[in-house]
Design a protein around this ligand. Structure first.
Ligand code: NIG
Ligand code: FE
Length: 398
């Protein structure tokens, strides 16, 4: 069965070759087609894309009433598997308490204490919340278990809702290992990694990640991070890194050197970091997470300078209980446009095409592609940032 979608005032295809030739550079980047139509199969594959005047027939049709259609957001960085509440930590931060990663232990204790079904329900509710805001693909990290069993459990629960799972046993050194950090690195790179990859390298986790942050007593320094990433790579996982979040550090350069798919945060960068990221274009994406700067009162990264230097820039939510309990990609887009010098088109591209690439996905709307779409109650994608805070975008259910 096929479905013809009409009444699309503006379609973002993320395919510059498919756009209808507008001079605007944003429209060119996004491959925008005005007055567009789509044919999708009811099992979720795009069959035809183009101007409505040329649309073929289909079994059924639906008129979207002059709305904009975009590729569903790809949220390539989240920590959805957690229990507990850290709202008091957020409130304290708003009156001056700095973030140092110490609060992660609170989420670890609550997550370990939760039942499988409790965690499952929390994850399901968060994924539904995201879909209601236009996100159709989500990456989920472990990292609030920090024992072999609790990390495996977190990954299994995440795998029930996405194939884009990331082993973050190296989130922080848990309290019980504080006197012997090396023993914890051995646990992560030995028994934990073995268990994660036991049924095949990517059955449970697609990637490995590490919080490389010399400015936090709880996180990992450059040498520890290298050991963890090299072990993950040898086990067949792709690499992701939390780098340069709280201050300058080795994370970004390490990620570029090791060919990570993504290095995330990139809040404090020096010239050498920007050069390394520009040289790693096509391999390593810089994933910016402006909800974190918002929720930790940090300076925003200079996305404009990164894009102008030739860096691949993605946007994601980092939805987590500590530094950003927001699952909203439209919020991240609004911050990117208002605070980081991105154009609305660059921000949308970063939260779809580039974040997808960091997960090894192609997020263009073209025949043969999955029909992962979102619809905006507005005539153009500009309204995502323009109407900040208003719930105008949602995943399109076929
Ligand atoms: O991406 N930086 C490390 N991890 C998370 C925060 C985790 C937490 O505070 O619970 C982040 O910001
Ligand atoms: Fe994170």
């Amino acid at each position: 069965m096929s479905l013809l979608l009409t009444g699309i005032s503006e379609l973002t295809t993320n395919d510059p070759a498919r756009g209808d030739g507008h001079a605007d550079p944003g429209d060119a980047l996004l491959g925008v087609i005005r007055d567009a139509a789509l044919v999708v199969s009811t099992d979720g594959v795009v069959e035809w894309v183009g101007p409505v005047a040329e649309a073929p027939d289909a079994d059924t049709r639906r008129d979207l009433g002059g709305r904009a259609v975009i590729p569903g957001f790809v949220d390539s960085h989240t920590h959805l598997v957690f229990a507990g509440d850290r709202s008091a930590e957020f409130a304290a931060r708003m009156t001056g308490t700095p973030y140092d990663g110490g609060g992660i232990a609170v989420s670890v204790a609550a997550t370990r204490a939760a039942s499988d079904d409790e965690l499952r329900a929390l994850v399901a509710a968060r994924v539904a919340e995201m879909r209601a805001q236009g996100t159709t693909t989500v990456e989920i990290k472990s990292g609030y278990g920090l024992t072999l069993d609790d990390e495996l459990r977190s990954l299994r629960i995440a795998r029930e809702v996405t194939s884009h799972t990331t082993f973050l046993g190296a989130h922080v050194v848990p309290r019980e290992y504080a006197p012997d950090r090396a023993a914890y690195v051995d646990l992560v790179t030995g028994p934990m990694l073995d268990a994660v990859t036991a049924d095949g390298p990517t059955t449970l986790a697609e990637s490995i990640d590490v919080f490389c942050e010399p400015h936090s007593a709880h996180a990992f320094d450059g040498d520890e991070a290298r050991t963890i990433l090299e072990a993950g790579r040898a086990a067949g996982l792709s690499l992701r890194v939390h780098g340069n979040q709280l201050g300058p550090g080795p994370g970004v350069r390490l990620a570029c050197e090791l060919g990570a798919r993504s290095v995330d945060h990139c809040t404090f960068l020096d010239e050498a970091d920007v050069e390394a990221l520009a040289a790693a274009r096509g391999t390593t994406v810089a994933t910016l997470l402006p909800g974190v700067e918002f929720s930790t009162r940090s300076p925003y990264p200079d996305a404009r300078a990164l894009i102008d230097a030739g860096v691949d820039v993605a946007l994601a939510s980092d939805c987590n209980p500590g530094t950003c309990y927001s699952s909203s990609i439209p919020f991240a887009i609004a911050l990117a446009v208002r605070e980081m010098g991105m154009t609305p088109a660059e921000a949308l591209h970063a939260a779809t095409a580039v974040s997808a690439r960091s997960l090894g996905l192609d997020r263009r709307i073209a025949p043969g592609q999955p029909a992962e779409l979102a619809v905006i109650d507005a005539p153009s994608h500009l309204h995502l940032a323009y109407r900040a805070g208003v719930p105008i975008v949602r995943a399109l259910d076929l």
